[in-house]
Each structure stands twice: as structure tokens, then as C-alpha cells.
Design a protein around this ligand. Structure first.
Ligand code: GLU
Length: 428
């Protein structure tokens, strides 16, 4: 969300400009890649259960499709803004390019709070979004997926609407579908697992054994949950997670020095990632203020909730013990805080590499959907691990060779790949 003076689109453009200048990109390529190629803004009237009609604002923004169909999630959030979606669509282009999958970048959203909508209202909203875009998205042009507060159920309603309109079965239109309905095994786990594959590789670089490390995670939605699961399975200790409490309308940190039991936490978490405070207290978990997740004395921080969470106001509260920050969310560190971390020599695994596991598995899902032939879970996760590990190593090698911050190194790889694609197509 763009809050206060923070604008994620300006942040995304500043990051791009910095590396475009390092690379000496020509003006036409710069101007093509520093903004989205196409934007759709529209209204979605929805009949509410009480008989009234409410009008929602919906968006789809396609940043670039030179390397393949635009790809990226659809977010439901009350504070959603066009600039946030623009930034996120750009990050999707770089994300697909850094893991070298043949897809471009897009992002969509609806300004709404699904926590206050019934199932039927959510279904009508999903169908309304597709009706407005049915001609402009599709398996060969733009392939949506879940994102903040959307899931497989929403994807299936959207797929069904698309198929009703086009008269056929097009499972490759959308990813993140439920397993058995065109979804891929492993897709639910993919973003969180992918994050941990990169953390595992980074720890090898730092000469640390994962079983001797501890972590604090911001968020307990899909990404954070599966990151916590795999990290603890590999021997790490999660000492804190934070999450939004929809009753109190604020976030809390749930902490336990000896380590949280992630499976037990799962069982007391609702579908939006909110943990039941009473049940947590019964298990000896401390309930601390929202910002406490950042101040924990741990080796690894994984901001895996929303953008603009680490800023100049709180960056100095990070413990000296922290050696690694893995960005599970998109854009969790703002530009100023990032500058400080860069100067302090912090090892940061940048968002569009760290959380690329989701879209990588979406790509696998699309391949399976288009073939109508589905792989075993082990095969999916093996391919995911391979893709994340090789991409991490390529970024680290570029960073070491050119003495670059990991974020800049990842950008160098991505921007080069996309710039080459637009050149080869003769667009510039
Ligand atoms: N929403 C996820 C992301 O930001 C996944 C996108 C996708 O699977 O297309 O990477």
C-alpha cells in the first residue's frame, strides 16, 4: 500500500534507474521498461447479499511481456493503490526474468476487504473482475494468480467465469488453482519453500549451519507459514512471527525464545493468517506489540507480510546479531532503509529472487495445465529447488564478481534479460 510519503512505484522506478544507469541502457529501453506497457482500470458493480449494489474498483496492469505472457497475482486489499499495482507488475517482470522462466510481468487488484465480504459476494466480485478483462487476459497473453488475501477458491471462480465467456476449458488461464481442479501439487507451499531454499544457500555462503540459526518472521499468511514450516523442518528455530488481528485491527508479534511449534500455530490460525491470541497464550507464547518481530535477537529476519515495513524509523532497531534478511514479501524494505542496510553490509536476499518460488511453481502449473497432465509433488518441489538454487547462485556470483549488493546483482541479471528480449523483438 502507498502510505504516507512512501510510494512503491517511485521505489520500483528508483531501483530500476539505478541499475539501468550501471548497465548504460539506451534511453528508449529505459523509458520502455521503467513504466507498465498497458493498464486497465475499471469498476465492478456487485449485488450484495442485503440487496444493495456496491461498486468496487478493479485493476490489471501489464508491465512487460517481451519474454512471455504477463504473469502475476491479484490482490484484495482495502488500501490498494494503482501505484502499488504498477510497482508490483514491474517486480513481476524482474522476478520471472531472474529465475529465467518464459513469462513477463503483470499484477492486478481490487480495492476491497474480503474479510468483510460473504463468500457469495466474493464470488460475484471475482466473476465481475474477469468479465471486465475477459478479452485482455488469457493463457497466451496474461495469466493471473493468487496474491494478498486471494486463494485457490477465488482463482477457480475466475477460471469458471473466463471459461463461460470463451466457451471451452482453458486451465492455463490462471494459476494457484485447487489441486484436482487444474492446480499443481506444491503450489501452496512454493513461495515459502522457495524462500527457504534461498535462505539455505545464503547460510552456506555465510558458513552457518541452518540448525544453529534462529529467525523472526513478519506475517503468518501463506508465504510465512510455509517458510516457517520448512525452515523448522531443516532444523532452524523460529522465535517470533507477527500477524494481523482482525478483531483488534492491529498486528501483534507472537514470540517464544525456545522456538515456536509451527504445526500447533497452524492449527490456531484462520484463513487470513490471524492467530488466536487466547490459544497462543495457553501454549506459553508471549504476545508482544506489532514491531517486536523486527527487534528479536536472531540470525535471520524474514519480512513476509506487506511492502514498506522496514523504514528509516525502525531499521536501527534490528539486532546486531542479524546477518541475513530474506524478503518474503514484495518491497518490504523501503529505499532509504535499504540504502542503510547496503552501507552496513547486510546480506539481503531481494524480494524478486527470494519470493520467486510462487511464480516459478505457477509456471510449472501452467505447463501442466496446458498439457492436461500433472506431476508428482516430489517432481514439482525438486524442479522448484533446482530453479531457485541455480538462480540464487547466479545472483550471488554476479554480486561477488562485480562487488554489487545482492539486490543490484539480481536487477543486473533481470534487466539485461528483458532488455535483450525487447531488442531482439525489434521494439527498441
Ligand atoms: N503473487 C505471487 C507473486 O507475487 C505469485 C504470482 C504468480 O504465481 O503468478 O510472486
Amino acid at each position: 500500500m502507498a502510505n504516507g510519503s512512501y510510494n512503491p512505484y517511485e521505489n520500483a522506478q528508483a531501483q530500476f534507474d539505478r541499475v539501468a544507469n550501471i548497465l548504460g541502457l539506451d534511453d528508449a529501453t529505459k523509458s520502455l521498461l521503467r513504466q507498465p506497457m498497458k493498464e486497465y482500470h475499471f469498476t465492478i458493480p456487485v449485488k450484495m447479499d442485503d440487496g444493495s449494489t456496491k461498486v468496487f474498483n478493479g485493476y490489471r496492469i501489464q508491465h512487460n511481456d517481451a519474454r512471455g505472457p504477463a504473469k502475476g497475482g491479484i490482490r484484495f486489499h482495502p488500501q490498494e493503490t494503482v501505484d502499488t499495482i504498477r510497482a508490483l507488475s514491474m517486480w513481476m517482470t524482474w522476478k520471472c526474468a531472474v529465475v529465467d522462466i518464459p513469462l513477463g510481468g503483470g499484477k492486478g487488484g481490487i480495492i476491497c476487504d474480503p474479510r468483510n465480504l460473504t463468500e457469495n459476494e466474493q464470488e460475484r466480485l471475482c466473476r465481475g473482475w474477469v468479465r471486465k478483462l475477459a478479452k485482455d487476459v488469457g493463457p497466451f497473453s496474461d495469466v493471473p494468480a493468487p496474491d494478498v488475501m486471494t486463494n485457490g477458491k477465488h482463482m477457480l471462480w475466475m477460471l469458471d467465469e473466463f471459461e463461460q465467456i470463451h466457451g471451452g476449458r482453458y486451465p492455463g488461464f490462471i494459476t494457484g488453482k485447487p489441486v484436482g481442479m487444474g492446480g499443481s501439487l506444491g503450489r501452496t507451499e512454493a513461495t515459502g519453500y522457495g524462500l527457504i531454499y534461498t535462505v539455505r544457500e545464503a547460510l552456506k555462503n555465510l558458513g552457518m549451519k541452518i540448525e544453529n540459526t534462529s529467525a523472526s518472521i513478519q506475517g503468518f499468511g501463506n508465504v510465512a507459514q510455509y517458510a516457517a514450516k520448512l525452515y523448522t523442518e531443516l532444523g532452524g528455530t523460529v522465535v517470533a512471527v507477527s500477524c494481523w488481528d482482525n478483531t483488534d485491527k492491529k498486528a501483534y508479534t507472537f514470540a517464544k525464545k525456545s522456538g515456536l511449534d509451527i504445526a500447533a500455530l497452524f492449527s490456531m490460525t484462520d484463513s487470513f493468517g490471524s492467530i488466536d491470541k487466547d490459544k497462543a497464550r495457553d501454549m506459553g507464547i508471549e504476545i508482544l506489540p506489532e514491531g517486536a518481530w523486527l527487534e528479536q535477537e536472531v540470525d535471520i529476519l524474514m519480512p513476509s507480510a506487506l511492502e514498506n515495513q522496514i523504514t528509516l524509523e525502525n531499521v536501527d532497531k534490528i539486532s546486531k546479531q542479524v546477518l541475513l534478511i530474506a524478503e518474503g514479501a514484495n518491497g518490504p524494505i523501503n529505499t532509504d532503509a535499504d540504502e542503510k542496510l547496503r552501507k552496513n553490509g547486510m546480506f539481503v536476499i531481494p524480494d524478486f529472487l527470494a519470493n520467486a518460488g510462487g511464480v516459478t511453481c505457477s509456471y510449472f502449473e501452467q505447463v501442466q495445465s496446458n498439457m492436461n497432465y500433472y506431476w508428482e509433488k516430489e517432481e514439482v518441489l525438486h524442479k522448484l529447488d533446482y530453479q531457485m538454487t541455480t538462480s540464487f547462485k547466479a545472483v550471488k556470483e554476479t554480486a561477488d564478481k562485480n562487488k554489487l549488493y545482492m539486490r543490484d546483482a539480481a536487477y543486473v541479471i533481470s534487466i539485461n534479460r528483458v532488455a535483450q528480449a525487447v531488442k531482439m523483438r525489434g521494439w527498441v
